[in-house]
Design a binder for this molecule. Structure first.
Ligand code: KG4
Ligand code: ZN
Length: 361
């Protein structure tokens, strides 16, 4: 089965074609156009600018797909939420037009479910395949459920138990800032470029993770919730204690490393706690922040003594992309979760993973 997918929920315009059988997902084509350079001028994503920029770029990306034709495509998947309403609508209306004119099912996809499925993309092809060529699948690491998922992105920090395809139970989530947001805000305080995650992790390489004493919020709260706004404030106070001339490269590296270690400590501790309690067959980390090497390495090391493998997306699929939306959409289509009426499909900016779409209730 082959799915063409569109993703425009935030500041990446993305299209992809994925082929799979519902357990294994091979990427045929994957194109992402980032708007980061434009949003960097404002220090963060400006929703109206994001939406307007998707409009001319999306048709060009579709046209650039080498297997861009109706033949062989079994469905059109599109991110419908969570995300920025006006940005989502650009992708949704385009997907609707394609699905209706090509008489194909339209599959609404939850962006967070897409991030979960990014870890199932087992064959990141660097070269696009020609028509009729099939991707060579690697064996999936684990599709045995339940899988404990740590979702860490710019807007989400959640521990979710995936009991089966499409079946999720929330175990814990952030009570304030998402972890990616904390990286972005801390980077801004340090004068580092947006997005903050990559800037901080790069600066942290030469820093001392123990140089600045920072709190580990809610680490021993006993539940599986998170809080990162206090940590962000503690970093600001640590910066303000040092006069401006002292805020040199070494200082920035030390703050970055100390902040990153505080975040990683909390995420690893809570994930291991949840793993011991719910005994999954694997743990998964996904979402933009899963690109963080320190997080991946320390999580993997902490799971080794309890014999749990760590699933994580290939680096190319950690950030927003449409291959993950195609994979989640493919599985949704197999499970009969396509839209009954494509015309009622709309943006659902506050969509919660596992809940119905707003037009279904
Ligand atoms: O999943 P994503 O691309 O978009 C959302 O759905 O939000 O996540 C973006 C977030 C940003 O906050 C960015 O700073 C963060 O992921 N990020 C990282 C790293 N790379 C991206 N955070 C920490 N370390 C990284 N290496
Ligand atoms: Zn995302």
């Amino acid at each position: 089965m082959r799915i063409l997918a569109i993703e425009t929920s935030c500041d990446e315009t993305a299209v992809a074609i994925v082929e799979g059988d519902g357990e294994r997902f091979g990427v045929i084509e994957n194109v992402v156009a980032s708007q980061i350079e434009q949003h960097r001028l404002f220090g963060g994503v400006v929703p109206e600018v994001a939406a307007r920029m998707h409009v001319p770029v999306l048709p060009k990306l579709l046209e650039a797909l080498t297997s861009w034709e109706k033949d062989g495509i079994d469905g059109i998947a599109v991110t419908c939420g969570p995300g920025l309403a006006t940005a989502l609508r650009v992708g949704i209306e385009t997907a609707k037009a394609l699905a209706v004119s090509w008489k194909l099912p339209l599959i609404p996809v939850d962006h967070i479910e897409g991030h979960v499925y990014s870890s199932f993309l087992v064959n990141p092809l660097l070269l696009p395949l020609g028509k009729g060529e099939r991707p060579a699948y690697h064996s999936p690491l684990a599709t045995r459920f339940p899988i404990l998922c740590l979702v860490v992105s710019g807007g989400h920090t959640e521990l979710v138990l995936m009991k089966d395809h499409g079946a999720y139970t929330f175990l814990g989530q952030t009570r304030d800032d998402a972890v990616g947001e904390a990286f972005d805000k801390t980077a801004a305080q340090l004068g580092l470029l947006y997005p903050g995650g990559p800037s901080i992790s790069k600066a942290a390489i030469t820093g001392d993770a123990h140089a600045i004493d920072l709190p580990r919020p809610m680490m021993d709260s006993g539940d599986l919730d998170f809080s990162f706004s206090g940590l962000k404030t503690a970093v600001r106070q640590a910066i303000e204690r040092v006069p401006v001339p002292g805020r040199d490269e070494h200082f920035v590296a030390d703050v970055s490393a100390s902040f990153q270690q505080a975040v990683v400590d909390v995420l690893v501790h809570k994930t291991v706690h949840a793993a011991k309690r719910f005994v999954p067959s694997a743990v998964m980390v996904c979402g933009g922040v899963s690109a963080n090497r320190a997080l991946q390495q320390q999580l993997e090391a902490a799971l080794r003594p309890i014999d749990l493998p760590l699933m994580a997306p290939e680096m190319a699929y950690t950030g927003d992309n449409a291959a993950m939306i195609a994979a989640a959409g493919l599985r949704s289509l197999i499970d009969g979760r396509e839209a009954e009426d494509p015309f009622v499909v709309d943006a659902d900016p506050g969509k919660v993973l596992g809940r119905h779409w707003k037009w279904q209730v």
